[in-house]
Design a protein around this ligand. Structure first.
Ligand SMILES: C[S@@+](CC[C@H](N)C(=O)[O-])C[C@H]1O[C@@H](n2cnc3c(N)ncnc32)[C@H](O)[C@@H]1O
Length: 343
């Protein structure tokens, strides 16, 4: 006679597997942010002390990390020397198609969950600074978004939206509000050779990173990055394109009417505003779909920062209220939208 499964057996097994997955990503995170995967990639094979020296990390910690990374299959070992297994190779930030953003997002999510758990008691919403509370996370915030969305922009979004062709032929000034590490302007500048760019972000660290990366790509003369607050911004000249990528929901709660009047007033005639946002669904039932589950969690953590995700139609209406008809372009099975409006 077969034994009756104890209550929750299946659920317990599934949750334990998920917890194991989170642990594996925690191990990967440590290797990503401390350059361990990258150093081992350069060394080929190395014992833990040599890896520690190459990455300039404490040998005691690196030895324990090597054991953990070996346990979770990121490293292989032979005669006391470690090498990257395929999963470790995939965590190298410099590798095309790197998966490091999954590890960074996992640890950022744990941090945000802990903050939401504590702040729910008082209702306090401390704002953007929550992202900077973990010294190792903020420098990886921009690279995480670039790894997640950079190729989608270049390979899917740009070819699908005709307005980018016109942005290219117009040239002029493209402004990126809430630019993060500046990946969007770098991608645009590579594509549209007559375009200059101005990126604005609230975090000094993002601006430093954006400047350095633009310089590294030889785009420093065309792209300028300035620390500033979107709410108090004055542009040096009207823009041909104003883009906001995952940034509108960060500033929406303050005064959306003023923001959209500002966008209209700071575009040249015929210039474009392009807003890329996760698309909060109209129906709660959609949140059960795999692509939306993470969006539901994101929206909980956005609340901590004083934000909430938006329905595409709210953005369209905001453009229309300042006399800019807007078009919604959907991507990723509708989970991502780019809304294009013309002055
Ligand atoms: C989710 S990130 C998106 C970054 C970038 N656009 C991308 O797609 O990778 C939102 C960005 O908006 C910036 N931000 C939020 N509120 C801002 C404000 N009031 N002024 C300037 N930047 C702001 C944040 O610092 C952050 O880099």
């Amino acid at each position: 006679m077969s034994a009756t499964p104890a209550p929750h057996d299946e659920l317990r097994a599934r949750l334990r597997q998920q917890a194991q997955g989170a642990m594996s990503l925690n191990v990967a995170y440590i290797g990503v942010v401390n350059g361990l995967f990258e150093s081992l990639h350069g060394l080929g094979a190395a014992a833990a002390p040599r890896l520690a020296a190459a990455a300039r990390m404490d040998p005691g910690y690196v030895l324990r990390w090597c054991d953990a990374a070996y346990a979770f299959g990121y490293l292989d070992e032979q005669d006391g020397e470690f090498r990257l297994a395929a999963a470790g190779q995939a965590m190298c930030p410099s590798q095309p198609g790197t998966l490091m953003s999954i590890a960074v997002r996992s640890v950022l999510s744990a941090h945000m969950a802990e903050r939401a758990a504590a702040l729910m008691r008082s209702g306090e919403r401390p704002g953007e600074q929550v992202l900077a509370e973990r010294e190792t996370v903020l420098p990886w915030f921009g690279p995480m978004l670039e790894a997640d969305f950079g190729s989608m922009f270049e390979n899917t979004i740009c070819p699908a939206i005709e307005a980018f062709g016109e942005v290219d032929s117009r040239g002029g000034l493209a402004v990126d509000l809430g630019c993060g590490n500046g990946w969007y302007l770098r991608a645009l500048a590579r594509r549209c050779t007559g375009l200059r760019g101005l990126g604005i972000d609230g975090f000094a660290q993002n601006i430093e990173q954006a400047r350095r990366l633009a310089e590294d790509e030889g785009l420093g003369a065309r792209l300028r990055f300035v620390q500033g607050d979107i709410h108090e911004l004055q542009l040096p000249e009207p823009a041909d394109l104003i883009a906001m990528n995952r940034a509108l929901h960060h500033v929406w709660e303050r005064d959306p009417d003023a923001l959209f009047r500002w966008l209209r007033a700071n575009l040249k005639p015929g210039g474009y505003a392009m807003v890329w946002e996760p698309a909060w669904p109209g129906e709660r039932a959609a949140l059960r779909e795999p692509g939306y589950q993470r969006m539901a969690f994101q929206n909980l953590t956005e609340h901590v920062q004083g934000n909430h995700l938006l329905r595409p139609q709210e953005i369209v209406q905001a453009f229309e209220s300042v006399g800019m008809p807007a078009q919604v372009h959907s991507f990723a099975q509708g989970a991502e939208v780019v809304i294009v409006a013309r002055a």
